[in-house]
Write a protein that binds this ligand. Sequence first.
Ligand code: PLP
Length: 403
Amino acid sequence: MIYLDSAATAPPRREVLEAMWPLLTGGFGNPSSRHSVGEAAARALESAREAAASVLGCRPAEIIFTSGGTEADNLAVKGLALAGLDRLSGAAGNGRAPHVVSTAVEHPAVLESLEYLRRRHGFTVTLLPVDAAGRVDPAEAAAALTPATVLCSVMYANNEVGTVQPIREIAAHCRAAAVPFHTDAVQAGGWLDLDVTGLGVDALSLSGHKLGAPKGTGLLYLRGATALEPLLHGGGQERGRRSGTENVAAAVGMATALVLAAAEREGGAGRAAALRDRLIDAVLHRVRGARLTGHRTERLPGHASFCFPGTSGEAVLLELERAGVLCSSGSACAAGSDEPSAVLTAMGLDRETAQTAVRFTFTAALGEREIDQAAEAVAGAVAAVGRLGGSHAAGVAPVTLGA
Ligand code: PLP
């Protein structure tokens, strides 16, 4: 079996599980308890915070551990936007509706948070368009900022097509306009520079299970004294920004995976980019009509995504699984939905073509032989689906890509 679905979830790392185990057994204490077992748990939690902070180049107090990327995105988007209402109240607001800038290609964790703000709190939302490669123009982001803008959120790299956004430039525009800038770095976490000062971001979301930690682990970086409205109220853990008894093992798993991923990044990103290019070249060469989606070079190293016009993404996926290759289809953004991917349609693809999308994502541990086998399997799968009559020929259920 060749696993090419690391963007959905990456294989767990043994070192991470070993680091977590003591906290789930003898070291089970509550970090708030004032006895030795509790204090040991508190120390483990703070060490995890320091380790994560060392990768991000920030202070430990700027790390908020969460239950994953979805929670980190919700906390950033809702928490920063709602806190921004205070700045708009009074003369400065001038009676304007609060405003948020984001993009049409964000993950649903961001888009649905924005929809909630619009529906329940009267925010106006500008979703920046993207070009055919899925990139946002920083000048358009700058032009979208208004005196009522309380937040700008642009993902670091896209989950469906791997395109990397020019977030440094966008963050600089936001800083000049005194607008807090958040980036969803869930897919970028294992591959790209995470130094928050160099990036110029005020908030950054990460998810552990994309890095080799278990699902349900994540963090939000929040710069210094940036105002944040908490979503979870209670005992005031995480400096009042995220109440609830801390999941110490999850925090340790998240931090351990982050440190390991950062250590591997230098060599690993180059290796994975070479594998990616090998796969892209082989598929484009062997499969007539295949179309790469996303940017050719400004894309995540371990990410290759295509449309195969005249087929169905789900049918190709099923054929590939028969051939021992596991990947994602890009045609449905939610299980049970027939809607084509909003990311692909935002990039200008027609609905029919968008329904033929397939995504291959992998770690740097993969070998060239597996890439070549995968390319061979793709050629065979597309040909088989084409012979069966293309679109929806196999009559299979839509598969989730949103993960
Ligand atoms: N943001 C992006 C870009 C993602 O790809 C994902 C998950 O696939 C998330 C957020 C949500 O992360 P989690 O699965 O940890 O909730």
